[in-house]
Design a protein around this ligand. Structure first.
Ligand SMILES: Cc1ncc(COP(=O)(O)O)c(C=O)c1O
Length: 388
């Protein structure tokens, strides 16, 4: 099997490294391998590429260079923001988050709750939408931090983080957003918001895995998570992953230059896929908020059958790589906590498939998915014990 055979529609799990990104990285893996903290020019070159990447990321999200801290991944950025707020917001102990966060926030908050920190999980409706009135009722002068994702990895919903940051600040709380799925897909200008922390991850925007960044608003109190050397201006110890940071900088530049035009194309393909599958599969269910959704994400439930079985057959039929729920939960048999929070019924919960596109998908691939999927749904339903 070659990679040419694959129809990859799992870009919310991870993305292809853009050729330009790979080219930007290789010199720092081969020739220019210096340590950015070294005092000699060989080290300063590495320090310079990190400074350039910091600027490119700042340009993409409307932030200044000194507000960007490189991390090893999105998860580390999320953990750092929340742990920092609990450390610096003396006298405040409550955490407010949502029932649909990625595990990088969701599992951390569950662990913190077990350790005695009070946590409120905001609920969502059938379309996965939050209720700002519930947020207003829950956030108060005991809240240390509010953490709400910018966009959901499973259903693609985009959340009103700008308004939520206002509510948090009005109550003296800090606001963090996990924007791992939003950065590079939707325009972001942090200068127009009150957001204190924002997490992003390289491998969701065509840079490599194992690199991320945390935006920390200037003057927001901060406490380091990794303690050691003085890297990242003393905010994150550990020798920087220079090549991956160079790649992340290039990916940010590409995203900024092409986001609008690329996402218009990606959205047209996603909409075509949605129309095609809804028309060809009886009893379809499209999950999420149709009005506030990432342009690349389509999450559907095919009732009475198992998502895993659909995935395996899609791969066998046309080498389609999609996902049932998020990559992190699909290793377990538990249905997605996001779809459960939306109150989906049992028959639908188990038959969910997520298609997540990128600028590298083609119309021919979408046509192939529309052709391959309906017969699989029909056949699995024929075999289903529910008799549909
Ligand atoms: C919304 C969201 N947050 C956080 C993460 C974790 O990012 P990383 O894999 O870089 O740790 C992911 C990855 O799937 C994600 O989708």
């Amino acid at each position: 099997m070659s990679e040419q055979d694959i129809i990859y529609v799992d870009s919310n799990a991870t993305t292809l490294i853009a050729p330009e990104v790979y080219a930007a990285m290789t010199p720092y893996l081969t020739t220019w391998y210096g340590n950015p903290s070294s005092p000699h020019p060989f080290g300063s070159d590495a320090a310079e590429v990190i400074a350039d990447a910091r600027k490119s990321i700042g340009d993409l999200i409307g932030a200044d260079e000194d507000e960007i801290v490189f991390t090893s991944c999105g998860t580390e950025a999320d953990n750092t923001a929340i742990m920092s707020a609990l450390e610096t917001q003396k006298g405040r102990r409550r955490i407010v988050t949502t029932a649909v966060e990625h595990h990088a926030v969701f599992s951390l908050c569950h662990v913190l709750r077990k350790r005695g920190w009070p946590v409120d999980f905001l609920s969502v409706d059938k379309q996965g939408r939050l209720d700002l009135d519930e947020a207003r009722a829950v956030i108060n002068d005991e809240t240390a931090i509010v953490s709400v994702m910018w966009a959901n990895n499973e259903i693609g919903n985009i959340y009103p983080v700008v308004e939520l940051a206002e509510i948090a600040h009005a109550n003296g709380a800090l606001f963090h957003t996990d924007a791992v799925q939003a950065v590079g897909k939707v325009p972001i200008n942090l200068r127009e918001t009150k957001i204190d922390f924002l997490a992003l991850s390289g491998h969701k925007l065509h840079a490599p895995k194992g690199v991320g960044a945390l935006y920390v608003r200037r003057h927001t109190p901060f406490s380091s998570y990794l303690i050691g050397g003085g890297q990242e201006h003393g905010r994150r110890a550990g020798t920087e992953n220079v090549a991956s940071i160079a790649g992340l900088g290039k990916a940010a530049e590409l995203a900024k230059a092409h986001m609008i035009e690329e996402n218009t194309t990606v959205k047209a393909l996603r909409d075509k896929l949605e129309r095609g599958l809804v028309a060809a599969c009886p009893d379809p269910l499209v999950n999420g908020d149709p009005e506030h959704r990432l342009p690349n994400t389509l999450n559907m439930c095919f009732k009475y059958i198992e998502g895993e079985a659909i995935l395996l057959r899609m791969y066998d039929a046309a080498r389609i790589c999609a996902s049932s729920g998020s990559a992190c939960t699909s290793g377990s048999l538990e249905p997605s906590h996001v779809l459960r929070a939306m109150g989906l019924d049992y028959q639908a919960l188990h038959g969910s498939i997520r298609f997540s596109l990128s600028r590298y998908n083609t119309e021919a691939e979408i046509d192939a998915i529309i052709a391959a999927t309906p017969p699989i749904i029909k056949e699995l339903r024929r075999l289903s014990p529910y008799g549909h």
